[in-house]
Design a protein around this ligand. Structure first.
Ligand SMILES: [Zn+2]
Length: 248
């Protein structure tokens, strides 16, 4: 790992380095496979240096098939199993799903409380998630509404809900305590301020993505196209994020 990457994440907040036991990060994604597109390379680099990761998938992925005759329950089970496989490729064992209906996500108090509970349970220093400000990119790429809702709810959960004891006080009855997340990394952003060189682990990212077999029926062409499309002019591959250091 490049030394500048170590300092970037070990000094997660401006206040100083992160203790080894606190090197915990979450990837919170709307659908199975979003997290791999957004942050798989960076997660691979960080797990190799001792960071622990946990996935939280917000929806059940039940609309993610072009097959009209697919059984919804079968598709949900398949997509969650694929997410577990993808996580294993990255050295991540923890995967949870909130099982909201794919395509129908709404920003509400129930969803907020569910995400807050997960944050208070795992207590990550860092969260990777969707940039909720990305409505569309370029001249025609529209960002899924579930992505925007997820990003917004994660940010609202980090500040102030997970921090404040009077938000969702019932969590305390469950034995949980409040938590301050230090840093959020937003993928699919129009305002990147961090670029991580993932060239050394690109194959791991592609392998993780190809674990989602139901999404990529032509794995060879997907891998080939990805290597072409994602390559920067200097031959490197990068993941880019908008980094927010939380002043809380
Ligand atoms: Zn998605």
């Amino acid at each position: 790992m490049p030394s500048n990457l170590m300092s970037l994440f070990d000094g997660a907040k401006l206040s100083g380095a992160v203790d080894a036991q606190n090197r915990k990060a979450m990837i919170i994604a709307a659908h199975p496979d979003d997290g791999e597109f957004g942050a798989a390379g960076t997660a691979t680099l960080l797990t190799a240096t001792g960071w622990a990761f946990r996935y939280l998938i917000i929806t059940d992925g039940s609309k993610g098939s072009p097959d009209q005759n697919v059984n919804t329950d079968d598709l949900k089970a398949l997509r969650l199993a694929e997410q577990h496989d993808a996580a294993q490729h990255l050295g991540i064992s923890g995967v949870a799903s909130l099982n909201h209906v794919d395509g129908e996500l709404a920003a509400d108090r129930i969803l907020l409380g569910e995400i807050v509970r997960e944050i208070r349970m795992y207590k990550p220093e860092i969260i990777f998630t969707h940039d909720p400000e990305s409505m569309f990119s370029g001249t025609g790429w529209i960002h899924h509404s579930d992505h925007r809702v997820t990003g917004q709810m994660v940010i609202d959960a980090v500040y102030p809900a997970a921090r404040d004891i009077l938000n969702f006080p019932e969590h305390l009855d469950e034995g949980l305590t409040t938590h301050n997340v230090q840093t959020i990394y937003l993928w699919d952003t129009e305002k990147p301020n961090i670029h991580i060189d993932i060239s050394d682990v690109l194959d791991r990212k592609i392998s993780a993505l190809l674990s989602h077999k139901s999404q990529f029926p032509n794995p060879k062409s997907f891998a080939q196209q990805s290597r072409q499309m994602w390559q920067d002019s200097d031959g490197k591959y990068r993941e880019e994020f908008r980094r927010l250091d939380i002043w809380a």
